[in-house]
Design a protein around this ligand. Structure first.
Ligand SMILES: [Zn+2]
Length: 446
């Protein structure tokens, strides 16, 4: 069986509602009649998205290490169904709200769209009937997700432009199908079958989605292995947590460091691993094929509750810098962003969008300070700490549109890992507007 489930744009709402025939009290999730086996929790991305907007996120994330652009958005989208939370952004407090025994494991990039049970996410150049994305679901033994690239998707992070579809949120919806959920009649549920451009609400699963997930995979079990931390030293990784097998029956899973062929199992696994400390610590040599991504531990057995949460790790590989969207209480307009990574001795490119400045901006700029703050002012929230060391005060006449700024951190290795906060602003004689900020972490040059 090869069932396709379609995600439709808002204009198709009337038809979708008719197809689902909801009654007034039928507000609930639905199931597709299967669930995803523990051996099928890995997934990969074939990044053939053609639009720039799908692939222009250059902001690294310590919570989703080693991957940018479409891969990072797709990884975040599926991770929302997992049991343990990682940092989100202004649009969602955390990623990983499942509260069940289900976990998805990101296994890296692959070479093609694969077959309908290879667990691969990719783009399809054209779809029929206004469809945005769909999932092919042989269910227990795998799935395939296609995004219809005749639409334009944004890889985020944070808020997205109003004319684009949200790659992350739509992945959360489609992955809900892959794990066995049908559509919901609850309007704010991720599994509601229609979505609008600019909408990011589907990134965050709601009570109805969680109820459906727990129905399929059970509420979070107290005996499920859980990873609470990892540390890398001398070619080995130590995984700390609880519930690991004390006998040599654990498996440790790693994300593959290379692009893998679409057929076959991409997980890098170490078998027959024992733990110490009563099932609280595992140390293994890092396999040569393992790369930045995530780790998981599977104990003996094949229940969902035998697979741990997934945990991010860069495996100690060089850090190429990171920037994370930051916006206090969320009241400042999102008019600032960096467009390259903060790296030692490399130009950091930034832009301030002055187009929405009331009455037109005469001037714009960027404040870069070592510390962050959250101070309400008449111009919005000041998000840099003006009493901390100043790394930059950039400014100039505004074009009235996108104003470009740059700064080059000194190539001093002692600054590796140093953090700073940058905030944009626009200015005219009548009013100053503070934009969002970004929290920057200095990385190495590639
Ligand atoms: Zn759907």
């Amino acid at each position: 069986m090869n069932t396709k489930l379609l995600l439709l744009p808002t204009v198709a709402l009337g038809m979708a509602a008719f197809l689902l025939s909801p009654s007034k009290d039928a507000s609930a999730f639905s199931k597709l009649g299967g669930s995803l086996d523990v051996s099928q929790r890995d997934f990969r991305v074939f990044n053939n998205f053609a639009d720039d907007a799908s692939n222009n996120n250059v902001r690294g994330s310590a919570e989703f290490p080693g991957f940018l652009a479409a891969e990072q958005a797709i990884w975040k989208g599926s991770a929302e169904w997992n049991s343990s939370a990682r940092g989100g952004d202004i649009t969602q407090a955390g990623i990983g709200d499942g509260q069940s025994n289900f976990e998805a494991f990101f296994a890296g990039n692959t070479t093609s769209i694969g077959s309908t049970d290879d667990n691969i996410v990719s783009a399809l150049s054209t779809c029929n009937g206004g469809v945005i994305a769909f999932t092919e679901i042989p269910i227990a033994d795998g799935w395939r997700i296609r995004f219809c690239d005749d639409k334009t998707f944004s890889d985020g992070p944070g808020p997205i432009p109003g004319h684009l579809y949200d790659l992350q949120g739509i992945m959360t919806h489609e992955y809900g199908h892959a794990l066995g959920l049908g559509h919901s009649t609850v309007g704010n549920a991720t599994m509601y079958p229609v979505v609008s451009t600019g909408q990011v609400i589907q990134r965050s699963i709601n009570f109805d989605d969680i109820a459906g997930l727990q129905c399929l995979y059970g509420s979070l079990s107290g005996s499920k292995p859980m990873i609470s931390g990892v540390s890398v030293s001398g070619g080995s990784i130590t995984i700390t947590g609880s519930g690991f097998d004390t006998a040599a029956t654990n498996e440790v899973w790693f994300t593959h460091r290379n692009v893998t062929a679409s057929g076959g199992d991409p997980r890098v696994r170490v078998f027959n691993v024992s733990s110490t400390g009563g099932g609280t610590s595992i140390t293994v040599a890092i396999p040569g094929d393992a790369g930045a991504g995530e780790v998981a531990v599977k104990t003996s057995g094949s229940l969902s509750s035998d697979l741990s949460n997934t945990f991010p790790t860069d495996l100690g590989e060089p850090f190429f810098g990171g920037s994370v969207f930051s916006n206090g209480s969320g009241s400042n307009p999102p008019c600032f962003m960096s467009t390259s990574l903060p790296q030692l001795g490399q130009t950091l490119n930034m832009q301030v969008d002055a187009s929405a400045h009331p009455g037109g901006a005469g001037f714009s700029g960027v404040l870069i300070y070592a510390g962050s703050a959250l101070i309400p002012t008449v111009s919005g929230e000041l998000l840099v700490d003006l009493s901390s060391p100043q790394y930059g005060f950039l400014g100039g006449s505004s074009s009235g549109g996108i104003d470009l700024y740059s700064s080059t951190p000194v190539p001093d290795p002692s600054f590796l890992g140093a953090t700073a906060t940058a905030q944009g602003f626009t200015f005219s004689l009548s009013v100053t507007v503070l934009c969002n900020a970004e929290n920057l972490t200095l990385g190495a040059a590639p």
